[in-house]
Ligand binder design. Structure first.
Ligand SMILES: Cc1ncc(COP(=O)(O)O)c(C=O)c1O
Length: 368
């Protein structure tokens, strides 16, 4: 396996224990796990000594009921991360090609390489997945196309028309269209929807709007032969009992869902509008995060240092090939306001590049 091609995923750090760090780096739900879950989850009643067999089936049934799906075509994963890995291991072989967009979610490439297949990276158009570039890259070796809806990190989505166009085009082939819909619940737009066809595989997570990131729970829906392949290699107890019971409660909590969605919508727009007014470059986002692009004149490390000194944890975007950019998740109101105010202050800061020449050589550093 070409391990040297794989970059280790670095989860964002949480900072030192003595400091309060405002974590706006992992697109989690700032409102936390729902009250209903906290009230109904009674750990002392859960038989932790037993393997989680029946509960797995219950949760699948709940997902099937909620989304009107065939329960036989659903598989649960230890986070959607695990489902991506199972999918690639089960369905790819050496030399197969998988189309991934230029700024696509990094684990896609990793899992494709782990399966000895070839990631084919296509250019986006204005930070949006370019359907024409996808079509141009398809050949007889193509086995999968990964599309994030909406994309992490660029926050945009392909419309129902575009997805339908692509899936119809793929009909005569065996190519799978993988729709990773981790942030789908946040989108409010009439053009956002999917029409399930046999070549579409949907992956969803309970880590985001359901506020269960620490429990690791995701699910996948696809055609029978794909699900059967995954079931062959899935470890029988890949998701744990507490996660499964909690997941079932969380799925029914429409109030938390509604609250999280409207809260996100309000603050997402507020962050975008406030920072645009302060002349920052931010593109539209339909998820629970935004990407902010900075002037090339200042090195991004300087901006990252400045934000870190404000105790705000953000995600750098160079690994996503978005240079001079950071991604910020929508946080609690005080965190969002703090972020906006610190960034506005940053605009007013004067940074001077100091050049220091000695006999040993020249060093340069920035001073405020
Ligand atoms: C696009 C996308 N897919 C999948 C995941 C993984 O989600 P999970 O927590 O279910 O593994 C993430 C997490 O950030 C994501 O951004």
């Amino acid at each position: 396996m070409p391990l040297n091609l794989i970059t280790k995923h670095q989860p964002s750090s949480v900072g030192s224990k003595s400091l309060t760090i405002y974590k706006l780096s992992s697109n989690e739900n700032p409102l936390g796990t729902s009250k209903l879950v906290r009230k109904q989850l009674q750990i002392s009643h859960i038989k932790l000594e037993r393997y989680p067999v029946f509960i797995y089936k219950n949760l699948i049934q709940n997902v099937a009921n909620m989304y009107n799906l065939n329960k036989k075509q659903i598989v649960l994963g230890n986070g959607s991360d695990e489902l991506l890995s199972l999918l690639c291991s089960a369905c790819l072989k050496e030399g197969d090609e998988v189309i991934i967009s230029e700024h696509g979610f990094l684990p896609y490439k990793t899992q494709v390489l782990v399966a000895h297949a070839i990631p084919v990276i296509i250019k986006d158009f204005n930070n949006k997945i370019d359907i024409n570039n996808i079509i141009r890259s398809i050949n007889t070796r193509t086995k999968m196309i990964f599309i994030t809806m909406p994309t992490n990190p660029t926050g945009l989505f392909l419309t129902i028309r575009e997805i339908s166009q692509l899936s119809i085009l793929l009909m005569p082939t065996n190519i799978l269209l993988i729709l990773d819909m981790a942030y789908s619940e946040y989108v409010e737009d009439d053009r956002y929807s999917i029409k399930m066809t046999t070549n579409i595989v949907v992956i969803k997570t309970l880590s985001k709007i359901y506020g269960l990131a620490s429990l690791r729970l995701g699910w996948m829906y696809g055609r029978n032969n794909v699900i059967k392949l995954i079931e062959k290699i899935r470890s029988p107890f890949n998701t744990n009992k507490i996660a499964q019971i909690t997941g079932s409660i969380a799925l029914t909590d429409s109030q938390q869902h509604y609250l999280s969605r409207s809260f996100n919508m309000f603050w997402l727009i507020k962050i975008i509008v406030s920072l645009r007014e302060a002349n920052f470059y931010i593109s539209r986002s339909y998820a629970n995060f935004v990407v902010i692009k900075f002037d090339k004149k200042l090195p991004i490390s300087l901006i990252e240092n400045y934000i870190a000194k404000c105790n705000i944890n953000i995600r750098r975007m160079s690994e996503y090939k978005l240079f001079n950019s950071i991604r910020v998740s929508v946080g609690l109101p005080r965190e969002n306001i703090m972020l906006i105010n610190h960034l506005k202050k940053l605009k007013k800061q004067r940074f001077v590049l100091v050049t220091h020449r000695t006999e040993e050589g020249t060093t340069q550093y920035w001073k405020t």
